[in-house]
Design a protein around this ligand. Structure first.
Ligand code: F58
Length: 832
């Protein structure tokens, strides 16, 4: 990303290794002391671990700075196309460990801190996690930034600097409670505020006609209010390269700190109030993993970050002396779901109203610029805005959307004459009930490329929610199966496995994940398998320590660790997992001689604060855990734990410790999943349905190394089409019936038969996600898991194969596909 031309380049400003650039441990030690003294005002004698964290973070940021500035400078000089990843969420996880890894500075930092009497692991633990995302979508954006930098692609991430990220989850009496996430309270050493990079954002008001200097009729927007968006930049260092890209997050400020008129007339509070209202825009992340329909502030957030980002691109283009007509040759803008899709109308507004282009030229540029990634098949999750609300906030954009729609529907009518039902289905404006603006339709119409996030998902998109768009523009559609960064989720999260991989494969596997395949030549070596098991065992002990510290529950690392961590949602079916646990419990209670290998079941994940059923599922997990863990008749073979506050930080302890990964969503509902990939790369076996990326994971590992169960997406659709009746499954299965009765009886809730009644009724009366229909197959498949676990040598072989064949699921592969097939992006090597 370019910046203003200057007489001196970064190369002439910096020379040799000094306290801000040197990479050996002695210089690093001095740098930490320097920051303690000069940046924090502390002497080592009184410095806390949190002070040391901050001092080390600042020292590491200094070491990124040179690469960061050189990267911007190079992009500017070379003038290559820049990928702009627009996402309302970036779930980054802690920076320090990752930056040390990517810079190759872990050992030096450890030595420097040891010399200062500090322990690096304790210091790393002090970092508050920037939780600027809800789940998979936000984490995917963060993995993609890591791969873009590592593959040396010119790229920038654009998003929102939420003052409060995803809430912190606490469990009280088994229920989820939410606490605000004050991640910025101790300051953020990674970001640099750029108050000079700021844009005006207009709101509300009305539009009017006027005649410009050339006598042409034009429209302009007369806003009711204006706020400012300020840039905060975070460095995104690639692994083993000098590329350091930028994540630019926008923070809202009042355009004027005080409304001087109000101030002068003495209404001080009104003046301050306007400031507070402006800053509300970037206060808090919406904690829903499906859109909450029609929230004005959410529309405000979306427009806010999108207009700042597009205005920033125009500034960069101007700085580089590029012609506005060439915009799409300079920027490829990817819409991470529909949240930034207002960008289609906003770019049109900027090009037409502010840069004077005519409609056709502006439209050609817009469509060539945008690509749209869809992340959901649930029709109810496709974002729409009530028309009156939309008009009130963005009156000019509504006019533009009407004009886009008029031209678009003409095209539809030309391709499909006499098909008014199709025209109504495809319109950007939904007319059923209250009129709505359909953001997914806007994204499709305004993008030259549309993709799903796993092969099955992309096929289902074409066949269901976006079928009309596929019929019109089949060439726009493609699949880009998700991927995850092997740096954070393998090398950083699993140091034991990393050491074994380094020794077995050499050091290049983190950037060439296909090389994991070579592990297969070691599966018949008993000594290698023994080492593989030892790594897993140590990871399980590490997690057991964490679980004990946070829940008091003691787990035995010799047991099978069966783990489900992800957002709590009915379609992900944590309750199906629970029905299996209660089945085992019931068998043990009824037949004490019933034998199976002991298992620890772990859950983790947040429920949207307003999602009644998901919160009750958490309560049921904790209630079952409490009963089972306290019962000496069963707790020698069964334990259950809910790990509070699932986050990127504790995920790094959880994935490496799993033997079995639960990926049990109703087929056709999970777009891809990415946790499934993280487990697989860490050597867990998967029990799962044919859903999302599970399908491709199973293709890679082979059917014999994957525990498959359940109805397929087609079968699910057929069953639901025929009129699914869960009562039929209940009537035909005495064990299931007894399980449901036990839950309903109050057995797990101290005799209270009310608390789980809504869950039992949901499952027995409607069961929208076919939990009961898949129950028998799931329990049978779990018996297969237990049988396989009994043969530890064979299990280890399967574990190695799962890791070895996980290479496809690197985010490097995914990003290379986006770069080549959607963005037309060239990599630009950076040299410091
Ligand atoms: C997830 N979506 C998909 N949405 O559910 C998952 O299958 C996929 O692997 C992942 O995206 C990445 O492609 C998801 O996480 C959200 O969290 C949104 C947050 C904002 C409101 C709408 C949902």
């Amino acid at each position: 990303m370019p910046h203003a031309k200057r007489a001196t380049s970064s190369a002439t400003i910096l020379s040799g290794a000094d306290v801000r650039t040197g990479l050996d441990s002695a210089v690093l030690q001095q740098a930490v002391l320097d920051h303690l003294y000069y940046s924090l005002g502390r002497l080592p004698a009184v410095a806390t671990p949190a002070n040391y964290y901050r001092a080390l973070a600042l020292a590491i940021r200094d070491r990124l700075q040179q690469r960061w500035i050189r990267t911007s400078e190079t992009y500017f000089e070379r003038g290559r196309k820049l990928a702009c990843y627009l996402s309302a969420e970036f779930l980054l996880g802690p920076h320090l460990g990752n930056n040390l890894l990517n810079l190759g500075l872990e050992q030096a930092a450890r030595e420097a801190l040891t010399a200062l009497g500090q322990d690096l692991d304790a210091i790393l633990d002090c970092e508050p996690e920037p939780g600027l995302g809800n789940g998979g979508l936000g984490r995917l954006a963060a993995c993609y930034l890591d791969s873009l930098a590592t593959l040396q692609y010119p790229a920038i991430g654009y998003g929102i600097r939420y003052e409060f990220g995803i809430f912190a989850q606490e469990i009280r009496d088994g229920w989820q409670t939410e606490r605000t996430d004050k991640w910025l309270s101790g300051g953020n050493p990674w970001e640099i505020a750029k108050p000079d990079i700021a844009y005006e954002v207009k709101w509300g008001g009305h539009t009017e006609r006027y005649i410009d200097d050339d006598g042409a009729e034009r429209r302009r927007w007369v806003p009711y209010r204006v706020v400012r968006g300020i840039a905060y930049d975070t460095p995104i260092q690639g692994y083993g390269v000098d590329t350091c890209n930028t994540l630019r997050l926008w923070s809202a400020e009042a355009a004027e700190s005080f409304d001087f008129q109000a101030f002068n007339t003495g209404d001080y509070f009104q003046a301050v109030d306007a400031k507070l209202r402006s800053e509300t825009i970037t206060k808090v992340l919406y904690p829903n993993d499906e859109p909450a329909i029609g929230k004005r502030l959410r529309l405000a957030q979306q427009y806010f970050f999108v207009t700042c980002s597009l205005q920033d691109m125009l500034r960069i283009l101007d700085l580089a002396g590029g012609a506005i007509e060439q915009f799409a040759e300079h920027f490829a803008v990817q819409l991470n779901d529909t949240h930034p899709s207002i960008g289609v109308a906003e770019l049109m507004r900027l090009l037409i109203d502010e840069r004077g282009l005519d409609w056709d030229a502006a439209w050609t540029i817009t469509v060539a610029t945008f690509g749209y990634t869809n992340h959901t098949l649930l029709p109810e999750a496709l974002e729409t805005w009530p028309l009156p609300l939309f008009r009130e906030v963005l009156p000019r954009h509504l006019e533009i959307i009407y004009e886009i729609n008029r031209r678009f529907l003409d095209e539809v009518r030309a391709c499909f004459p006499d098909d008014s039902a199709r025209v109504a289905r495809m319109s950007l404006i939904g007319e059923a009930g209250e009129k709505q603006v359909r953001m997914a339709h806007l994204a499709c119409v305004g993008s030259h490329a549309i993709n799903g996030v796993a092969a099955l998902h992309s096929e289902l998109l074409k066949a269901s929610v976006l079928s009309d768009f596929h019929a019109l523009w089949p060439e726009r559609f493609s699949n880009k199966t998700n991927g995850v960064t092997p740096r954070r989720f393998l090398a950083l999260a699993n140091p034991g496995l990393r050491a074994l991989l380094d020794e077995t494969l050499g050091a290049s596997w983190p950037v060439d994940l296909g090389r994991l395949r070579e592990l297969e030549s070691h599966i018949d070596d008993p000594a290698f398998r023994e080492r593989w098991r030892a790594v897993k065992h140590a990871n399980k002990q590490r997690l057991a320590d964490y679980v004990q510290a946070h829940t008091g529950i003691v787990l035995d690392p010799d047991w099978l660790f069966d783990i489900q961590v992800k957002r709590i949602h009915e379609y992900k079916r944590q309750h199906l997992n629970l029905l299996h646990i209660v089945t085992l419990y019931q068998r043990l209670k009824t037949y004490p001689a019933f034998s199976f290998p002991p298992r620890a079941f772990l859950f983790g994940g947040k429920a949207a604060p307003g999602y009644f059923t998901a919160k009750r599922i958490i309560k049921l997990i904790n209630a079952v855990a409490e009963t089972i863990n306290a019962d000496p008749e069963v707790n020698g073979r069964l334990k259950v734990a809910f790990v509070p506050n699932f986050s990127v930080k504790n995920a790094q302890l959880i994935y490496p410790a799993a033997d079995l990964s639960e990926q049990i969503s109703t087929a056709g509902k999970e777009a891809s999943g990415t946790g499934n990939m993280k487990f697989m790369l860490n050597g867990a076996l998967t029990i799962g349905t044919l859903d999302g990326a599970n399908v491709e994971m199973r293709d890679e590992v082979g059917a014999e190394n994957f525990f498959l169960f359940g109805r397929t997406a087609d079968e699910v659709a057929r069953l639901q089409g025929e009129g699914y009746r869960p009562a039929d499954y209940l009537a035909g299965d005495d064990e299931l019936k007894a399980v449901m009765e036990l839950i309903g009886s109050g057995h797990f809730s101290g005799g209270d038969s009310e608390v789980f009644r809504p869950l039992v009724e949901n499952l027995t009366q409607s069961d929208p996600f076919l939990v009961l229909a898949d129950y028998a197959a799931y329990v049978a498949c779990q018996e297969g898991v237990s049988a396989a676990w009994a043969d530890q040598e064979q299990w280890t072989r399967m574990s190695i194969i799962n890791c070895a064949r996980g290479g496809k699921f690197s985010s490097d592969r995914a990003i290379a596909e986006y770069a080549r097939e959607i963005w037309g992006l060239q990599s630009v090597p950076i040299q410091v």
